[in-house]
Design a protein around this ligand. Structure first.
Ligand SMILES: *Cc1c(COP(=O)(O)O)cnc(C)c1O
Length: 495
């Protein structure tokens, strides 16, 4: 299977090369040339398989220069009992006959980013061998809170790699910050950027496309790569859990083979919901993809009008991992919906960088309307949904998951669609203790990691072990910078 850029179909790369590069030099996203197809026989084989086996089988369809044995070994390392607190890895919890929740936060950092970032370092390490790379890869990450920690956790002390994480100084939760600044490992670096997530992400993209910096770093023995969801090695492990969720519902008799399910996904950079789209394109019986946003509702407007317009106020919300106005992975969707028309995509993306906006073709609008539904939820709605689930269903959900639930209910009210729906739960409520406590009617006492105990007393739900351990940890990083200083931070990190 070969990969090419959404902005230039003329050059093709093997999957190992695509994973090593992260982003194409032309600024486009590397994307598979074909989408492999699955059928009922394939799903039947996976129904009784473990999550690790499902992973190897699904990823093997796309990563043809990796062996199934190799992928299975990576999956065992990524999703084993030392890393995940449940053998199911990505369990599906039933809320009622028509509503299920795919819980993706049972990994080491308590957010769904672990699903991909426990896998990516292994794919990348193997890619260095497969492509004969002798330089050290430096991973640059811009994070809205969860990616940075999950990436460092995955890459810490992985040979031939270094990792530098930039997060928005006042844009992450106390627990998220504590997780990042206490990260262990000799090859990691962390820096707070004075600005928001888009500033950090733009800075990283700027460094990637700066030939002079690349040249300097190459002389020092480094190549740059990305662990953001622009890297194909991030998206692919996420395709697996949608197929896995379908298999679980089949296995447990909740649906019949071939029956369609909807997925409702709390969305920021459009990576997670794009993975659901690829699962659908592979032939998984999926109805609507419901795209849930917080007050940063750029995607809601886009799905309703076909106009993507980032010229709007950026809101800092209680679901910080979705505080994003430039959803990078949308580019892969548009590329697919345009019939792989790289010129059309170049047009949209240059309009986005020049004017901050673009309007897609009528053909794309029609397909968006057919496959997607977009909605958003404000802060009051998020809090009310957390309280409702807690009081009426005995289920404590985090702020991001609450956005998904709220938008799922809006969708049902607007359309009357009764299709079985799986909403995606992307973080443990313990990552956002203050807002979760307030939402269920308790005044937070103290701050930071002190609130873990309070939320435990209120809810009775166990604190994830790795979060409880943050308390005694020493702060290792205390660096911040202006957004235009990010280049220097990287050059010093790799001095
Ligand atoms: C990253 C993240 C999201 C958004 O996922 P995207 O792939 O960026 O759309 C949602 N919830 C949580 C908790 C996250 O960490």
């Amino acid at each position: 299977m070969k990969y090419y850029s959404t902005r230039d179909c003329s050059l093709r790369y093997e999957s190992a090369e695509a994973i090593k590069m992260g982003l194409s030099r032309d600024g486009g996203l590397l994307t598979p040339v074909e989408i492999p197809q699955i059928d009922e026989a394939f799903l039947n084989e996976l129904v009784n398989a473990r999550y690790q086996e499902r992973t190897a089988r699904v990823m093997g369809l796309f990563l043809t220069d990796y062996s199934i044995g190799e992928l299975l070994r990576f999956a065992e390392n990524a999703y084993g009992p030392e890393k995940f607190d449940t053998e199911a890895v990505a369990p599906v919890r039933t809320v009622d006959d028509k509503t299920h929740c795919l819980e993706l936060w049972h990994g080491p950092t308590s957010a769904f980013k672990d699903m991909a970032l426990q896998m990516l370092p292994q794919l990348l390490s193997a890619a260095l061998g497969k492509t004969g790379e002798d330089k050290t890869v430096c991973i640059l990450v811009a994070t809205s809170g969860d990616t940075g920690k999950a990436a460092m956790e995955g890459f810490a002390d992985v040979p031939q790699t270094k990792i530098m994480v930039f997060y928005p100084k006042d844009g992450v939760s106390a627990v998220q910050e504590a997780q990042m600044v206490t990260q262990e490992g000799a090859n990691v670096g962390v820096c707070a950027v004075v600005g928001n997530f888009d500033d950090a992400q733009s800075g990283v993209k700027r460094i990637f496309s700066d030939e002079a910096i690349r040249e300097t770093l190459a002389q020092r023995g480094y190549v740059l790569s990305s662990a953001n969801s622009i890297n194909w090695g991030r998206i692919l492990p996420q395709v697996v859990y949608y197929i896995s969720a379908y298999c679980d519902l089949l296995r447990d008799g909740k649906i019949a083979m071939g029956q369609k399910v909807n997925f409702c996904v709390p969305t920021g950079n459009f990576g997670d919901i794009l993975a659901a789209y690829y699962a659908k394109r592979m032939g998984l019986p999926v109805g609507k993809l419901i795209c849930a946003s917080n007050r940063n509702d750029v995607l809601t407007d886009f799905l309703r009008t076909g106009v993507y317009d980032r010229n709007r106020t950026f809101h800092t919300t209680m679901s910080p991992s979705m505080d994003i106005l430039i959803s990078s992975n949308l580019e892969r969707l548009l590329f697919d919906l345009s019939g792989e028309n790289d010129a059309e995509i170049r047009g949209y993306m240059s309009a986005l960088s020049a004017e901050g906006k673009y309007e897609v073709s009528g053909a794309i609008k029609a397909q968006l309307a057919e496959q997607y539904w977009g909605g958003f939820c404000d802060e009051a709605g998020t809090a009310a949904t957390i309280a409702d689930y807690y009081n009426n269903k005995g289920y404590l959900i985090d702020t991001h998951t609450a956005v998904a639930v709220n938008v799922m209910e809006q969708y049902r009210a607007a359309t009357g669609d009764e299709t079985v729906t799986v909403f995606v739960s992307t973080a443990s409520p313990y990552k956002f203790c203050d807002h979760v406590l307030t939402s269920v009617g308790h005044q937070p006492v103290g701050d930071g990691v002190d609130l873990l105990d309070q939320l435990h007393e209120v809810s009775g739900v166990a604190v994830p072990r790795r979060l409880a351990e943050l308390r005694g940890k020493e702060r290792r990083f205390d660096l911040d910078c202006q957004k235009l200083e990010m280049e220097n931070v990287v050059l010093e990190f790799l001095a």
